[in-house]
Ligand binder design. Structure first.
Ligand code: ACO
Length: 442
């Protein structure tokens, strides 16, 4: 198959959010900590009516209805998530419920898990299936998303919730540039979920932040080396990437990640004219650079214009929803496609940086080769974000307490609000005595 990649993309996020200015006041932190310090405006969340299966069903069913795709056209379905409600049964198998009516049970793929990276691995799997002799000519769906919740404390404001649904096919408007890929993986305890009885991760915040940046260095560097070799480009740099989409735990981290691309370009070509003002960092060692705040600021400054052109518009969802873990990069892609016209995107390269704690990271890219207008129209992202309902921080906290108390509950009927949900949303009706879950749809 030729030009395998993203044929279409849609996203699901819950109808309710908490405002980050109000959350700063409620949490008693200094004004600006969440909104300027972390760069967040709103945070989406759900109550006990939603779990990872219901949220993924919502994303898939709405996508298939909106795009008019029969379930019989799908030969592979991959789910990337780190929101685990069962140690054996995959979310993919729950999604097979949606295929029943079509009679299509011949669908490969299961769940892929490692922090925020599972969706990227799922996408690679789907594209590689299509590129292989195992492909049977049908399309693939990649679902990437999470319910991102943290225990009370400094990390809670970096939660969020969202699921992306991506249709992978040949002759795609966004063609994956197969050989252009740089990956970095190592063993590190920065963010992990060892407590099986809790929804919350165990987090070493400062370590996760430096780990993210180290992964940017390595993945970007490996990506540029491929570019140099495969496309015969000498001194490849940020100049060769038209847009850069990021895993966004909060948008300030993305600003820092982007600045790091400039820093890496500087280490590769310190005498390039755009680096005239940062010559004083020539002798700073790489290890030292991770904690050097003056250096960080200087490279944020150097990369400001480039950031505004190549990344800013991809942060619409991240800023207004929060972290969506595996869904985050794809919400970035959806934001870019809905904010930038095809006239501008045409023939451009979109690079993606995916980071999952633990850690796993890749930089890879798409080439825009056909019209994206229909995708943008179907996404209708800005309007849909605007149509949500604001909830007070006190109510948000009560809902988080409810989720915490009822996590893993057996013989349980949720009490959360079905009325507040967007039309077409799946919700949890009941968990029976054998932990079997029943769902309804609004
Ligand atoms: N006005 C403006 N800026 C402020 C204000 C204020 N009033 N108050 C604080 N800030 C700035 C700080 O200077 C800091 O900026 P810096 O990052 O440039 O140094 C920033 O806001 C954050 O403040 P901290 O005091 O460092 O925040 P805290 O210690 O509460 O924790 C953290 C932040 C570590 C990100 C925490 O929220 C966390 O653990 N989150 C989850 C882990 C995470 O998301 N990691 C990222 C990658 S891994 C992943 O995706 C899960």
């Amino acid at each position: 198959a030729e030009n395998i990649g993203v044929r279409a993309i849609d996203v699901y996020f819950p109808s309710r959010y908490v405002d980050q200015v109000e959350l700063e006041q409620h949490d008693g932190v200094s004004a600006g900590k969440y909104t300027i310090g972390l760069g967040q405006s709103k945070m989406a969340f759900c109550d006990d009516r939603e779990d990872i299966s219901s949220a993924c069903m919502t994303a898939v069913q709405n996508f298939m209805e909106k795009n008019n795709i029969p379930y019989s056209d799908i030969g592979r379905l991959e789910v990337g998530t780190e929101t685990i409600i069962d140690k054996s049964k995959s979310t993919k198998t729950v999604l097979m419920k949606l295929f029943e009516e079509s009679g299509n049970f011949n669908v490969e793929g299961i769940d892929t898990t490692n922090a925020c990276y599972g969706g990227t691995s799922a996408l690679f799997n789907a594209c590689q299936w299509m590129d292989s002799s195992a492909w049977d000519g049908r399309l693939a769906l990649v679902i990437a998303g999470d319910i991102a919740v943290y225990a009370k404390g400094s990390a809670r404001s970096t939660g969020g919730c969202g699921i992306a649904c991506i249709l992978v096919g040949p002759d795609a408007p966004l063609a994956l540039e197969f050989p252009l890929r740089g990956t970095f993986m190592e063993h590190i305890y920065d963010f992990y979920k060892p407590n099986m009885s809790s929804e919350f991760p165990t987090v070493d915040g400062p370590l996760s932040v430096t780990s993210y940046v180290r992964a940017v260095d390595h993945a970007y560097s490996a990506y540029l080396d491929k570019l140099e070799k495969i496309e015969n480009i000498s001194n490849p740099s940020l100049e060769n990437l038209d847009y850069v989409i990021w895993h966004s735990p909060y948008t300030k981290q993305v600003v820092k990640g982007f600045a790091r691309l400039a820093y890496n370009d500087f280490t590769r070509s310190p005498d390039a004219p755009q680096f005239a003002d940062v010559q004083q960092f020539k002798d700073v060692g790489r290890e030292e650079s991770y904690t050097n705040k003056v250096l960080e600021k200087a490279f944020i400054n150097v990369s400001k214009t480039s950031f505004a052109a190549k990344t800013e518009r991809s942060l619409l969802a991240a800023r207004n929803i929060g972290n969506m873990y595996t869904g985050s990069v794809f919400f970035g892609l959806a934001s870019l496609l809905s904010q930038v016209s095809f006239d501008e995107l045409k023939n451009k390269r979109i690079a993606m940086f995916s980071y999952g704690s633990g850690c796993t990271a890749s930089m890879y890219s798409f080439r825009v080769r056909a019209d994206t207008t229909e995708i943008a129209k179907n996404l209708d992202l800005a309007n849909r974000l605007e149509s949500r309902t604001k909830v007070s921080p006190a109510e948000f906290e009560a809902i988080m307490d409810l989720r915490e108390k009822t996590h893993n509950a057996i013989e349980y009927e949720p009490t959360g609000s079905v009325e507040s949900m967007f039309p077409g949303t799946y919700y949890l009706q009941k968990v029976d005595s054998m932990w079997r879950r029943a769902y309804g749809r609004t």
